[in-house]
Write a protein that binds this ligand. Structure first.
Ligand code: PHE
Ligand code: NA
Length: 452
């Protein structure tokens, strides 16, 4: 019976297409915008090490679990959880996991789109030559003026959401697959070229030192949580995006192999971004902890002074926007799939309503950078709060629940059939998903509340 279960919305055309789509969902602003600035805020190397440990020991096993649950359930996260709980005779309350995922996706996209809007605005700045010969203070001022303008931020946020809705409406297999085929390799090549540039700057070794030198004195409970949250955010885990993408995955494809490729690609892109940004930071005597503006205050200095900087600048920001787009469609897809499958919406209508809600919520983040900058709850503005609640709480909690479900609720027969691994490898995964990954998430939480 299970073998005939198919996603009502079709499947990826090939194994390679799935790898592309999953990489497209993973690689995005999380790698190029967020990873460098939170690494800067959390002291560098030791934070990076904790991040890498979280990716390998917690993220990858949970990504395997989330993909296999999606492929077995074959639907949006809520319906999938309903199917899987029925099959496993588990408590029906598990379907709230699907609800939390859909909400997390919308909440994340609401600010993700605003930041993608910054990148879009910077395509125009790069094109009009705004960075030519500008020094660090001038570049910083340009950024301050830009985010200080709610009108400009709203314009680009709107444009980005429209683009997301337009892609989602056609179904994520059409168009997206083709675009990613050249986008991912080109992004990679561009990053390598920029690493080449970073090597010529005087701050190169200082940058590397910051990124890889282990100084554990800078590591607080909060940084450990941020590192774990970033592992979930960057891999796109714990909110059902991987689950819906898994639902479109053909039966024969090896899930573990795919997860290894995708998590490796995601990690490499984040590290490359760090290797590019920090040398520029140190070469210009800038602070490492300048927050969400970090890449917008550093990279333009490089583009404004290097040979070919005009073209590199345009290409960089264009690719950043496209990488963000291939993630934004994954963030909204759980909601859209649910509206289509469980509420009978057409894809067009589903994209419209989910997009409209996300767009409206986005204004909370837009105003956090200007009109409402002084409005703080628990010492954080609305953008910071949204980021904290989603990345540091909702995604790890969702991931924890996924680990518990895949490890303890699903029968081993079912997970074994989906993974189709040799016995020893399957047992390693069982060990990780039953004990290590959930315990890891749990201990990090205990550490933050000060119990451990
Ligand atoms: N992984 C994406 C990034 O790093 C963001 C994302 C989060 C995408 C959750 C899908 C789901 O930019
Ligand atoms: Na990522």
């Amino acid at each position: 019976m299970t073998d005939t279960r198919k996603s009502p919305q079709g499947e990826w055309s090939s194994h390679f297409a799935f790898i592309l789509a999953a990489t497209g969902s993973a690689v995005g602003l999380g790698n190029i915008w967020k990873f460098p600035y939170i690494t800067g805020e959390n002291g560098g190397g030791a934070f990076v090490l904790v991040y890498l440990l979280c990716v390998v020991l917690i993220g990858a096993p949970i990504m395997i679990a989330e993909t296999l649950m999606g492929r077995r359930g074959r639907h949006n996260p809520i319906t999938t959880m309903e199917t899987l709980t029925a099959e496993a005779n588990a408590d029906p309350h598990w379907h709230y996991l699907g609800w939390m995922g859909i909400s997390a996706g919308i909440l994340i996209l609401s600010y993700y789109s605003v930041i993608a809007g910054w990148a879009s605005g910077y395509v125009l700045k790069a094109f009009t030559g705004s960075f030519f010969g500008a020094d660090a203070p001038a570049i910083k001022q340009q950024f301050a003026d830009f985010i200080g303008s709610p009108i400009q931020l709203a314009f680009w946020h709107t444009a980005f959401m429209l683009a997301t809705m337009w892609i989602v409406k056609q179904g994520i297999h059409n168009g997206l697959e083709k675009a990613l085929r050249w986008l991912m390799p080109s992004l990679f090549v561009l990053l390598i070229l920029l690493v080449g540039y970073a090597m010529t700057t005087p701050g190169y070794f200082q940058g590397l030192h910051f990124l890889f030198n282990l100084d554990f004195s800078k590591l607080t409970g909060g940084s450990v949580l941020t590192a774990m949250g970033q592992a979930f955010f960057s891999l796109g885990l714990g909110m059902g995006a991987v689950m819906v993408y898994g639902a479109y995955l053909p039966k024969k494809v090896s899930i573990t192999e795919t997860v290894v490729i995708v998590s490796l690609a995601d990690t490499v892109v984040a590290l490359l971004a760090g290797i590019i940004i920090f040398p520029i930071v140190f070469s210009n005597g800038l602070p490492v902890n300048s927050g969400p503006g970090l890449i917008f205050e550093t990279l333009p200095i490089a583009f404004g002074s290097m040979t070919g900087g005009w073209l590199f600048g345009i290409m960089f920001f264009v690719m950043l926007v496209l990488a963000a787009l291939s993630s934004s469609v994954a963030l909204i897809e759980p909601a859209v799939a649910w509206l289509v499958e469980a509420r009978g919406f057409s894809r067009e209508k589903a994209a419209l309503w989910a997009g409209l809600l996300t767009w409206l919520l986005g204004f909370a983040s837009i105003f956090s950078f200007n009109s409402w900058a002084g409005f703080k709850l628990f010492g954080h503005n609305l953008f910071e709060l949204l980021d904290y609640v989603t990345a540091n709480l909702m995604l790890p909690i969702g991931g924890f629940a996924i680990a518990i479900f895949a490890g303890w609720m699903m029968t081993a027969d079912h997970s074994e059939a989906e993974l189709d691994l040799p016995k020893p490898q399957y047992q390693i995964w069982q060990l990780l998903i039953k004990y290590l990954a959930p315990a890891g998430v749990f201990f990090v939480f205990l550490h933050v509340v000060g119990v451990l």
